[in-house]
Design a binder for this molecule. Sequence first.
Ligand SMILES: Nc1ncnc2c1ncn2[C@@H]1O[C@H](COP(=O)(O)OP(=O)(O)OP(=O)(O)O)[C@@H](O)[C@H]1O
Ligand SMILES: [Mg+2]
Length: 275
Amino acid sequence: MAQTRLKLVSGDGAEATSPRRRLIEVDRLTKTYRTRDGDVPSLKPIDLAIREGEFVAVVGPSGCGKSTLLKLMAGLIPPTSGEIRIDGKPVKEPPDDVGIVFQSPVLLAWRTVIRNVMMPVEVRRLDRETHLARARKLIATAGLEGFENKYPWQLSGGMQQRTAICRALVHDPKIVLMDEPFGALDAMTRERMNLELQRIHHETQKTITLITHSIPEAVFLADRVVVMTERPGSIAAIYDVPLGRPRSLEMMGDPAFIALSQKIREHFYAQGHLD
Ligand SMILES: Nc1ncnc2c1ncn2[C@@H]1O[C@H](COP(=O)(O)OP(=O)(O)OP(=O)(O)O)[C@@H](O)[C@H]1O
Ligand SMILES: [Mg+2]
C-alpha cells in the first residue's frame, strides 16, 4: 500500500481505509481455571471481532487475563464457555495460520537460532528448503545475521526475543499473536522493535494482536486498543487510534496521541492501578 494513500482514520479504525472481513471472532468467551484450591475465574464473557489486517493492542492490569485470552486465541487452552472462530471455524487446536510470541522467548536451549526459528516448519512438516531461505531472510531483517548458529545462551535478551519473533513469522502465518514481546527490552531496543513491527505489519498486512503493559506502545502500534478490567477480565473499552500510518516516534508528542494515552491511563487510575 502506498504511503500516500494512508489517511487519518476516524471512527472505526479498520473500516476507514477499506472494509475488511472479520477474521477473528471472540464470542461470549469465558475462562475459569479449575485448580486444587478452587476455581479461578479469569475471563468474564468477552466479545471481540478483529478484522483481517487489523492491528489490535490489549492493555489491562497484571493478572486480568490477557495471556489467558491470547492462549485461547492460539488454541492452546480450551474455553470454559463461548468460542473463538478464525475464518468462521471454531478454534479447537492451534491453527496452522497463527504465529505466537510468548511473554518470555521460550527458545530451546539445545537448538541454535536457525533451528529455533525453523521449529514451526518442522512441527507443521512444511517444505524445508523454501522455509530455510525465509528463515535466513527474517533473521537478517531482525539484525541477527551472523548469529544463525549461536545458541540462546550466547544471545542478549533482546536478541532472544527477536529470534522468537522470527520463529512466529517463519511459516508466514496470517495471524500473529504477541504477549508482551518487548517487556524485557531496554527502552531504545524496544522503540526499534516497535518500528520494525510496524514495518512488518505495513508490508505484510498481517493481522496482529499485541498484549502490552505500555500504553504508549499500544497507541503507537495499534489500529484499536482494547482496555481490560481487573480479573476476571472483561473489556472495559475499545478505542480507535486516530493517527495515520506510517507512524514516527515523534508522533508520540501529537496532541491526539497524548489525549488517547491519557484516556486509557484513566481506566487504571479508576481501578486503583498504575500500570
Ligand atoms: N494455568 C493456570 N492455572 C490456574 N490459574 C491460572 C493459570 N494461568 C493463569 N491463571 C490465573 O488467571 C489469571 C489471569 O492470568 P493471566 O496470565 O492471563 O494474566 P495476565 O493479564 O496475562 O497477567 P500479566 O499482565 O501479569 O502477564 C491470574 O489470576 C492467574 O493466576
Ligand atoms: Mg500475561
